[in-house]
Design a protein around this ligand. Structure first.
Ligand SMILES: CC(C)(COP(=O)(O)OP(=O)(O)OC[C@H]1O[C@@H](n2cnc3c(N)ncnc32)[C@H](O)[C@@H]1OP(=O)(O)O)[C@@H](O)C(=O)NCCC(=O)NCCS
Length: 324
């Protein structure tokens, strides 16, 4: 049996950091009231990275990919599959994955984007895992990359304080040793309106709404329920107990969601990787960013069992169980 193993990870965050106080002061110039204490108390977010105008998603993704390749000790030309999870691609087409491939100076392998919003990285990882298990790829780059600041309505305090920009990447390689041992993906399109950016480019102009819109409380409730069930299901399928999990690396949306989730699953808070305070919600980038932080600071070690979870617009959600 061929498994897909994570053999390296990398990250890239734009250099500009915007604290809650800076953001509150900026919003105040437009008579929009918010505060560091409101944002921290309701979400756990303290700051976010914001991309410069020239820092498009493909640039962030390419930099994270290079860091992951360095970490894995893999040359770019060994990569035969690139999947980028993003909802903020540079272009309608070509895909961001093709731009990353060109940025790495390679050609020939498959490259495509996956669109599952904040579940995007988990969807992309499950897809790459399936390619590797089916022997359709040997070494894959799986990247989550976003410039969410470009689709935020900076006059809507209910959403603009929540998100940030960034990219995270992993290198997956075929191996006889496990590997990704479980993957579960779900969606409920009937909930499309609770989190959406319902705009498009057509006939030379933006048609519809170009900004992210959200019913925060509906998303909150659905996220907790969906992630709890998904965690239980993936563990049952893989034949492991929730108590076997060394680290939970969840999508970083709201620390209160994560507290509810860990309590329901009986996973101690010390086993939950949280980067929300520093990165805010970076959508598809949040899971690989958090994974990279915890691998590099030595918390996640070879042999550990890691549960990665995504949830977001669509509505989509999913879980991956990986032996590191
Ligand atoms: C968005 C979220 C933080 C709002 O928290 P909440 O406790 O549900 O707050 P509400 O939406 O009920 O709003 C409460 C009040 O705070 C206000 N408020 C909203 N954003 C605010 C802000 N940034 N600063 C200050 N006040 C704010 C609201 O206007 C409302 O005021 P009102 O009572 O006078 O009408 C929360 O619902 C959430 O995190 N949901 C999940 C969102 C998410 O994770 N999305 C991404 C998923 S991938």
């Amino acid at each position: 049996m061929s498994y897909a193993r994570i053999i390296g990870s990398g990250a890239y965050l734009p250099s500009r950091v915007v604290s809650n106080d800076e953001l509150a002061a900026e919003l105040a110039t437009r008579q929009i009231e918010t505060s560091d204490s409101w944002i921290v108390e309701r979400t756990g977010i303290k700051q976010r990275h914001i991309a410069a105008p020239e820092e498009k998603t493909s640039l962030l993704a390419t930099r994270a990919a290079r860091a992951a390749l360095d970490d894995a000790g893999v040359a770019a030309d060994e990569i035969d599959l690139i999947i980028v999870a993003t909802s903020t691609p540079d272009f309608v087409f070509p895909s961001t994955a093709c731009l990353v491939q060109a940025g790495l100076g390679i050609k020939g392998g498959a490259a495509f984007d996956v669109q599952a919003v904040c579940s995007g990285f988990v969807y992309a990882l499950a897809t790459a895992d399936a390619f590797i298990q089916a022997k359709r790829a040997r070494v894959a780059l799986v990247i989550g990359a976003e410039v969410f600041s470009s689709i935020l309505d900076w006059n809507d305090r209910g959403t603009c304080v929540l998100f940030g920009d960034g990219a995270g990447a992993v290198v997956l390689k075929a191996s006889d040793e496990p590997g990704i041992i479980g993957a579960r993906l779900n969606a409920d399109g009937s909930q499309m309106n609770i989190l959406c950016a319902a705009g498009n480019v057509a006939h030379g102009k933006v048609v519809g709404d170009p900004f992210l819109r959200m019913d925060g409380q509906a998303v909150f409730k659905l996220a907790v329920t969906a992630l709890t069930r998904s965690a239980r299901d993936v563990c049952i399928e893989a034949g492991v107990a929730l108590t076997d999990i060394d680290w939970l690396v969840p999508h970083q949306a709201n620390v209160r969601i994560l507290n509810f989730l860990s309590k329901r699953l009986g996973i101690p808070d010390e086993k939950v990787i949280i980067t929300l305070d520093k990165h805010a919600n970076t959508s598809a980038a949040s899971v690989p960013l958090a994974l990279d932080v915890a691998r590099r600071d030595g918390r996640i070690k070879p042999g550990h069992l890691v549960l990665m979870q995504g949830v977001g617009g669509g509505f989509t959600w999913g879980s991956i169980l990986a032996r590191m």
